[in-house]
Unconditional design. Structure first.
Length: 95
């Protein structure tokens, strides 16, 4: 029984130890396109991130109740628009 508990721990330890040494170079990723310097999830932010040398730029996608994809970090509009509205429960035309 003890063997069953130890084996997953050994596997996880091996993966962590051997996996950590595989990358010799860090890569900068611009969160929300580098939102601290331009409006988040915008082309302006993405271009600025590239200009500053970010290796990657990520953005956030939410889906409205009618299946339309929008670029927005949060699941609600509370932080960005002051409206407590859940994106996944709201049709696009109502946003």
């Amino acid at each position: 029984m003890q063997r069953r508990k130890i084996f997953p721990i050994l596997i996880l330890t091996a993966v962590l130890l051997f996996g950590c040494g595989r990358y010799d170079k860090s890569v900068v990723t611009a969160h929300r396109g580098g939102a601290g310097l331009a409006p988040e999830n915008t082309m302006s932010a993405m271009k600025n991130a590239m200009r500053l040398g970010a290796g990657f730029s990520e953005l956030d996608v939410q889906e409205t109740s009618d299946g339309v994809l929008i670029l927005l970090h949060d699941g609600t509009l509370e932080r960005t628009a002051g409206v407590d509205l859940n994106i996944w429960e709201t049709p696009y035309d109502s946003l």
